[in-house]
Design a protein around this ligand. Structure first.
Ligand SMILES: [Zn+2]
Length: 116
């Protein structure tokens, strides 16, 4: 679980750093402030990650930060990895690919179709 937390915090930090470069502002909640070790990692963000974030609009970065923050909260309450729509477990491969994901594949499809 520690690894997961670090990954979520790190991705959020990358997004927040990028957002700041774009001139946007995001207030990270005090309770969710990453540990010093995570902040140190900001200096070591890979160029590829920065490029990826560079393609995202400010609005998308804010949304991503919000999703990462929500995912960190779910780690804290022990509900991480459970679909927020149907309560079933989200597949490991899906969580690995999109760590901040909050819904399983079938609920995501329903949401995208607009019938959720
Ligand atoms: Zn679901």
């Amino acid at each position: 679980m520690k690894e997961l937390r670090r990954r979520l915090e790190r991705e959020r930090l990358v997004a927040a750093t990028r957002l700041r470069q774009l001139g946007g502002q995001i207030v990270l909640e005090e309770a969710a402030t990453p540990a010093d070790s995570v902040w140190d990692e900001a200096d070591h963000i890979q160029a590829s990650e920065q490029r990826e974030m560079g393609l995202m609009s400010r609005e998308r970065l804010v949304e991503r930060i919000e999703r990462l923050t929500a995912a960190l909260k779910r780690v804290d309450d022990g509900t991480y990895g459970t679909c927020i729509e149907c309560g079933k477990a989200i597949g490991q491969a899906r969580l690995k690919a999109i760590p901040e994901v909050a819904t399983c594949v079938s609920c995501q499809e329903k949401i995208e179709r607009g019938d959720a």
